[in-house]
Design a protein around this ligand. Structure first.
Ligand SMILES: [Zn+2]
Length: 205
């Protein structure tokens, strides 16, 4: 039996592989492979694609630091905030990510969070792919994203405010991405502006 490999990012303990893939970001090869399996499952079952963005962001928020690009962590946290705090769909999150652009000097930086015991891609793999269960995958992915986001809020209490401020910095100013562009993308940004500009703005007051 092969030794277990612990992921430096999320801590998932997975059986060592004979031919491991190249690790991506701050992850073990085995964790990278598990993530690829989960993503592959989503693409095989179009109904699962609605969870794709959530998977990408939950995974990204657990694998910051070291070899990971800092932008991935920022985008992941923004994605989790949008999806979990504001109820944005995966398509909407993707549209907003596309409009965020590249990090600027005034963007916040985030110190990665490591938690001894939290939901990881290994749990999602077990509940969905391994059981060929779409409902198992759906529930596990939602639980995963919520667990990761709660860990961030617990370990870095300012995260939600930092993300909200960042999105305000990017979107709420005259030179910002605003509402120009494609309809779908503009719709998501319009909804975001309603959130960022507060309840009175959202009501059109
Ligand atoms: Zn990992």
């Amino acid at each position: 039996m092969r030794a277990t490999v612990v992921c430096p990012g999320c801590g998932a303990a997975l059986p060592g592989m004979e031919h491991p893939p190249q690790p991506e970001g701050n992850a073990s090869s085995e964790c990278t492979a598990a993530f690829h399996e989960v993503i592959g499952f989503e693409f095989q079952h179009p109904v699962m694609l609605r969870y794709h963005q959530m998977s990408v962001d939950a995974y990204g928020a657990q694998h910051g630091g070291d070899a990971a690009k800092p932008i991935r962590l920022v985008y992941s946290l923004a994605g989790l905030w949008l999806a979990l705090e504001q109820g944005f769909s995966g398509d909407e999150v993707r549209a907003i990510h596309q409009r965020m652009g590249h990090p600027a000097a005034d963007w916040p930086t985030f110190e990665p969070v490591t938690v001894a015991s939290w939901t990881t891609v290994a749990d999602v793999l077990e509940a969905g792919v391994k059981r060929r269960s779409e409902t198992g995958h759906a529930k596990a992915t939602r639980d995963w994203a919520a667990d990761v986001w709660c860990a961030w809020l617990r370990e870095r209490p300012g995260t939600a405010t930092q993300i909200e401020d960042l999105l305000r910095l990017v979107f709420v100013h005259p030179g910002g991405p605003g509402l120009l562009g494609t309809v779908g993308s503009a719709g998501a940004v319009h909804r975001l502006l309603g959130v960022l500009e507060g309840p009175s703005s959202a009501r059109g007051a």
